[in-house]
Design a binder for this molecule. Structure first.
Ligand code: ADP
Ligand code: MG
Length: 151
């Protein structure tokens, strides 16, 4: 059930970082963000902004060959790229980790069994070289206020 929905277009990479930063400032320990959309959609770019908001000092990049990257900050950022899981179910204990920090998951389609009941879903759509359409949805009621504040 979707409780709120915000759509916008960013026209530069920096605008996408800034949008991630804005969201990052609204997040708390235990929050869960799912980032959908094709390659080069801006998922990792957006995550850099979240990291900046959390004062993470390690570099956030595409963890394509790593399932999970842990970034220490004001709140720990768990950055997951589920692409390589290919929908396989492993007992990785990632759902327990989620309680300990902020979980950001790229390719949540490959992570279905670990998705919580409520989360923020953000979809990135390629418009042209420099523009991306970004849709933010609150799945469940928990995050509807945060999504509203992203307006
Ligand atoms: N408006 C924009 N927002 C985000 N990235 C953009 C934008 N315009 C161009 N880009 C470029 O698109 C690429 C996005 O890459 P990335 O964030 O790694 O995407 P993903 O993680 O979805 O594969 C980067 O090379 C970035 O410079
Ligand atoms: Mg990526």
């Amino acid at each position: 059930m979707y409780y709120n929905n915000v759509a916008m277009i960013t026209h530069t990479e920096q605008e996408t970082v800034d949008l991630g930063y804005k969201l990052g400032k609204l997040l708390h320990k235990g929050d869960f963000i799912a980032l959908k959309g094709d390659l080069a959609g801006g998922k990792t770019t957006f995550t850099k902004g979240i990291g900046k908001a959390l004062n993470v000092d390690s570099v956030i990049n595409s963890p394509t060959f790593t399932i999970l990257k842990v970034h220490k900050g004001d709140i720990t950022l768990y950055h997951i790229d589920a692409y390589r899981l290919e929908g396989n179910e492993y007992d990785l204990g990632l759902d327990e980790l989620a309680e300990e920090g902020i979980m950001v998951v790229e390719w949540p389609e490959y992570y279905e069994t670990y998705l919580p009941k409520e989360y923020i879903q953000i979809t990135f759509k390629y418009i042209d070289d420099n523009s991306r359409e970004i849709n933010i949805i609150s799945v469940g009621d928990k995050y509807s206020k945060i999504v509203e504040e992203m307006q």
